[in-house]
Ligand binder design. Structure first.
Ligand code: ZN
Length: 208
């Protein structure tokens, strides 16, 4: 994967799962932990970059939230949810069991904001696709809760992993299931260089 596909409009897309890409909107950059979704405009940009907001109609709806107090309040709740989800993902990665409170929270979101999967015709074929329409900010709970639920119920949970050298999480879709880094460009190469330098230093030391 090229670096240009990993970064879209200042956001990282390396996780293979939109919900994990969402989790990765608070990475640790050179100057420390960085909130990439500080305001509703940033959320708008992320929704477009992630492809969650694709149609002109949806984009127009999100644009209309820019100065909305409701959208700001929603974003605050969404970011708090993101941190609880992070805790749950770390538990999955550590092999610990998930908290009842978080399961109950996700269940209540699933019930309140269901994501219907309907039949559509495309190129002469019938496909089944989740369909959700955005009207209000809280409608975003539907895809978020759905993505979180899929993640928590993932049967191949060992493929949910944290990068070995940074705070980013990903779902390993590689054939062997041996992916170690968020991205070759971000961490993989850096670590390989560091390991190479360490080996060089050790071999130099043994010569002396
Ligand atoms: Zn990394």
């Amino acid at each position: 994967m090229q670096a240009s596909q990993e970064w879209i409009d200042g956001f990282l897309f390396v996780a293979n799962r939109p919900i994990l890409d969402f989790l990765n909107t608070r990475p640790v950059l050179a100057h420390g932990p960085t909130e990439l979704l500080p305001d509703v405009r940033a959320l708008e940009r992320w929704l477009i970059a992630s492809g969650m907001a694709a149609s002109p109609k949806t984009k127009a709806v999100i644009r209309s939230w820019r100065d909305s107090a409701e959208a700001s309040a929603f974003l605050k709740q969404l970011l708090a949810f993101r941190e609880r989800l992070r805790e749950a993902v770390v538990r999955i990665e550590n092999g610990s069991s998930l908290s009842e409170a978080f399961l109950a929270e996700v269940n209540s979101l699933l019930l309140q904001y269901p994501l219907p999967a309907l039949l559509h015709r495309r190129d002469g074929k019938v496909i089944r696709e989740t369909s959700f329409e955005l009207h209000r900010p809280t409608d975003l709970w539907a895809p978020m809760a759905d993505g979180a639920a899929d993640l928590l119920a993932e049967t191949e949970s060992s493929r949910i992993r944290k990068c070995e050298s940074c705070v980013l999480h990903f779902f390993d879709t590689s054939k062997k299931g041996s992916r170690r880094w968020c991205s070759m460009n971000l961490c993989g190469n850096r670590l390989k260089v560091a390991a190479y330098q360490r080996r060089q230093r050790t071999s130099n030391a043994s010569v002396n």
